[in-house]
Design a protein around this ligand. Sequence first.
Ligand SMILES: O=C(O)CCC(=O)C(=O)O
Length: 203
Amino acid sequence: MPSIPVVSAKDSPAKVIGCLERDGAVVVSDVSDRATRDAVLRELAPHLEVVDPDASINKVYEADGGAANFYPGKTKRITALVARSETFRTFVTHPLMLSACDAILKPNCVHYQVHATAALKIGPGAREQVLHREEDPYQFFKVPRPRMILASMWAITDFTEANGGTHIVPGSHLWPADRVARPDEVVAAAMPAGSVLLWMGGT
Ligand SMILES: O=C(O)CCC(=O)C(=O)O
């Protein structure tokens, strides 16, 4: 059974990067403390408060060339977190993120930048999301694509398989384009609050 490696924030960036290269994903525990998570929650709360969890953005996404039914319902979503939460900015500039981005993205570019940010509050009964690669919008490159994206998911609350922990297919960043994941190759990222899941744009 494949699994997502778990390392500690005290481990070296080289260890984190080694896991990303080999498994395409890694969970790093104890990256954010309680006070930081509480501040993010407090700063985002008024924005999340006014979101309708049933407002579907699929039509807009499809019109833009995105996959059909990409976004599950029963979920509150807000974007532009850098503008909305001062504390969230410390995640973007966290030394772990910068060293991982330097190692994974810098060999392919002059500068890298924040691609998109979103906070998700998954409600009861939300369906699973369709498996995808974060780099899928760049269809002009064939899989396996050059490395363009390093994704992260910061656990502000505990992630479990039951409450919607992100589904990852370890090792799939190295797969040929036509290989489809079997159900037993899909792993839910279970991680306690304070952890961050990193994954390659090709995973
Ligand atoms: O549910 C969403 O808003 C998108 C989440 C997503 O694309 C992902 O977790 O990779």
